[in-house]
Design a protein around this ligand. Structure first.
Ligand code: HEM
Length: 509
C-alpha cells in the first residue's frame, strides 16, 4: 500500500546506520569529548541531532479523542443504492474500497485506559476514486449537545479540573443538569446503560448520529443516517469488570483488536442507511437537524448497503494512526453535510485542528493522501513541511494559458434543493428542554431496557456509583433530571447513590 511507512525511498537497503542525513555512524554510543573524562564538544552533531529530535518526538494529542487504535480494511458494496447515492464507491455490487478505521475514547488523554465509560469514536477514511471520504462517527446514535457553541464547554467538563487536575464528578453533572443542557438526557441514558462500556472495539456499532444529505445522479436527494452494525454481536462490560480490566490491562481493546487481526480473525460490520425525504422531514415531531434524536426504525427502516472488514494492522502506529486526520469536511460527490448546526461546525473544526496538530501540509502525510484519486491543486502550495515536490514549475494560480480539465458536474446539486433565506439571527435551540426532548429517553427506558433483564437496574447503578462523587446539591439535580424520564428511575438512582455513599464511607480495603 502506498501508506506503508517502511517503503520510504530514503531508507538504505544495506542497513548501514547513519544519522538523519545519511552520514554513517560508526560508534553510536561514543560522544566527542576533551580527553577521556572531559566535557563534551558542541561539534558532536550526531549527539546533538539525536537529543534534539528526541525532544521533539511528541506532537499535540487530539483534543478530544486523544486515545485510540486503528486498522486498515475494505468496504464492499452488497446492495444497490444508486437510487439514493451517486458516489462511485456505491456504483456496483461487489465494488471494494480500501479504508482506515480509528476507534477512540473521548475525554481521556492519549495514554488513558481503554475500558472507561465514555462514547467510542468510530472514524472511517475511505480511499475512493473521487477523493478521501471520512465518516467521523461515534458508537452512539445521538449526542450530548445540539448547539455547537457548547462543545468546548462540554468537553472541558469531561477533562480535568483546572485546579485539582482530577476528573471531576461535580463538573460532569453540573454541566449536564443545568436546565438548558438537559437535552443530553438521551445520550446520557445510553452512556450509562451497559452500552457505555463496550467489551471491545469489535463488539460495538457506529452511527452517523447526524443527518447527512445524499443525492443520486438525477439530482434527487434524501436525508440519510448511517448505521454500522457489528457482525461480532454487541458485548459490553459491567462497571466493575471494566474497572478491574482498566487496572490490569489498560490497553485491553488495543490488544484485542491488534491480536484478532494478526491471527486472521478479521472483524466486520454491516453498513445500513435510513432515508427520509424533505417532505417526511416536515412531518416528524423533531428536527432532523437535532442530533439528540434518533429516527424511529419502524417509520424509517434500515436498508443494507455493504460490509466493512478490518484485515490489516498498521505497520507503524505513529505514522498511520496518530498522524491520521479524519474530518467531516473530507467528502465525495453526492454525499453532503446537512444543515445540522453541530455538523456544520464540525465541517470547520477538524481540518482547523489538524493544521495545528500536524501542520499545514498534513494532506501530504502518506496515510492522509488521496492515493486512490490523486490530487491536483496548483493553488495550494508551499507552507511548512511541503515534501511532495510542490508541483514543480506548475503555475501557482489558475489561468487561461495552462491546460486544465474540470470535471463536469453530473447533477444539479443546489438549485433544486434546500433554499435558505432569512436574516442572520443569534439562534440556539429552546433553552429549557420540553417533553419532546425526554420522549426518546423515556421510550428507551420503558420499552427497550425493560425488555432486557437487569438493564434498568444496571442503568441506575451505573449513574449512582458515578454521581455519588458529586456534591449533594448536584446529586439532587441528577435525581430530578432522571425522574423526568421515569419516576422509578429517579427513585432507583437515589437508592443507588445512598448505597454507594455507604460503601464509600466503609471501604473494604
Ligand atoms: C461541535 C461539535 C464537535 C466539535 C467542534 C468536534 C471537534 C473535534 C476535534 C477538534 C477533534 C480532534 C480532531 C483531530 O485533532 O484530528 C475531534 C475528534 C473526533 N470527533 Fe468530534 N467534535 C464535535 C462533535 C462530534 C460528534 C457529534 C461526533 C460523532 C458523531 C464526533 C466524533 C469525533 C471522532 C470519532 C473523533 C476522532 C477522530 C479520529 O479518530 O481521529 N465529534 N472532534
Amino acid at each position: 500500500m502506498s501508506q506503508d511507512p517502511t517503503n520510504s525511498a530514503d531508507v538504505r537497503e544495506d542497513r548501514v546506520v547513519t544519522n538523519g542525513f545519511g552520514n554513517p555512524i560508526n560508534e553510536p554510543f561514543a560522544t566527542q569529548r576533551v580527553g577521556n573524562h572531559g566535557p563534551l564538544l558542541l561539534q558532536d552533531y550526531n549527539l546533538v541531532e539525536s537529543l534534539a529530535h528526541f525532544a521533539r518526538e511528541r506532537i499535540p494529542e487530539r483534543n478530544p479523542h486523544a486515545h485510540g487504535s486503528g486498522a486498515f480494511g475494505e468496504f464492499e458494496v452488497t446492495d444497490d443504492i444508486t437510487d439514493v447515492c451517486g458516489s462511485k464507491m456505491f456504483e456496483k455490487i461487489g465494488k471494494k474500497t480500501r479504508l482506515l478505521v480509528r476507534f477512540s475514547t473521548v475525554g481521556g488523554e492519549k495514554g488513558s485506559a481503554d475500558t472507561v465509560r465514555d462514547p467510542r469514536g468510530f472514524a472511517t477514511k475511505f480511499y475512493t476514486e473521487e477523493g478521501n471520504l471520512d465518516w467521523v462517527y461515534n458508537n452512539t446514535p445521538v449526542f450530548f449537545i445540539r448547539d455547537p457553541s457548547k462543545f468546548p464547554h462540554f468537553i472541558h467538563t469531561q477533562k480535568r479540573n483546572p485546579q485539582t487536575n482530577l476528573k471531576d464528578a461535580d463538573m460532569f453533572w453540573d454541566f449536564l443538569t443545568t436546565p438548558e443542557n438537559q437535552v443530553a438526557i438521551h445520550q446520557i441514558m445510553i452512556l450509562f446503560s451497559d452500552r457505555g462500556i463496550p467489551a471491545s472495539y469489535r463488539n460495538m456499532n457506529g452511527y452517523s448520529g447526524h443527518t447527512y444529505k445524499w443525492s443520486n445522479k438525477k439530482g434527487e436527494w434524501v436525508y440519510v443516517q448511517v448505521h454500522i452494525k457489528t457482525d461480532q454481536g454487541i458485548k459490553n462490560l459491567t462497571a466493575e469488570e471494566a474497572a478491574k480490566i482498566s487496572g490490569e490491562n489498560p490497553d485491553f481493546c488495543q490488544q484485542d483488536l491488534f491480536e484478532n487481526i494478526e491471527k486472521g480473525n478479521f472483524p466486520s460490520w454491516t453498513v445500513y442507511i435510513q432515508t427520509m425525504t424533505a417532505q417526511q422531514a416536515k412531518q416528524v415531531p423533531f428536527s432532523v437537524f437535532d442530533l439528540t434524536k434518533v429516527w424511529p426504525q419502524k417509520d424509517f427502516p434500515l436498508r443494507r448497503v455493504g460490509k466493512m472488514t478490518l484485515n490489516e494492522n498498521p505497520k507503524n502506529f505513529f505514522a498511520q494512526v496518530e498522524e491520521a486526520a479524519f474530518a467531516p469536511s473530507n467528502t465525495v460527490p453526492y454525499q453532503e453535510p446537512s444543515a445540522d448546526p453541530v455538523l456544520q461546525a464540525r465541517v470547520f473544526s477538524y481540518a482547523d485542528a489538524q493544521r495545528y496538530r500536524l501542520g499545514t501540509n498534513y494532506n501530504q502525510i502518506p496515510v492522509n493522501c488521496p492515493y486512490a484519486s490523486k490530487s491536483f491543486a496548483p493553488f495550494i502550495r508551499d507552507g511548512s513541511m511541503n515534501v511532495n515536490g510542490n508541483l514543480g514549475s506548475e503555475s501557482n494560480y489558475l489561468n487561461n494559458s495552462s491546460k486544465y480539465t474540470f470535471k463536469e458536474t453530473e447533477r444539479p446539486i443546489q438549485q433544486h434543493q434546500e433554499v435558505w433565506d432569512g436574516p442572520a439571527v443569534p439562534f440556539h435551540w429552546a433553552t429549557s428542554p420540553g417533553e419532546i426532548d425526554f420522549k426518546q429517553a423515556t421510550d428507551l427506558y420503558q420499552n427497550v431496557l425493560s425488555k432486557q433483564p437487569g438493564q434498568q437496574q444496571h442503568l441506575a447503578h451505573n449513574i449512582g456509583i458515578h454521581a455519588v462523587n458529586a456534591r449533594p446539591d448536584i446529586q439532587k439535580r441528577v435525581i430530578d433530571w432522571f425522574t423526568r424520564v421515569d419516576p422509578n428511575l429517579g427513585k432507583d438512582i437515589k437508592a443507588e447513590i445512598a448505597k454507594a455513599a455507604s460503601a464509600k464511607a466503609n471501604p473494604k480495603l
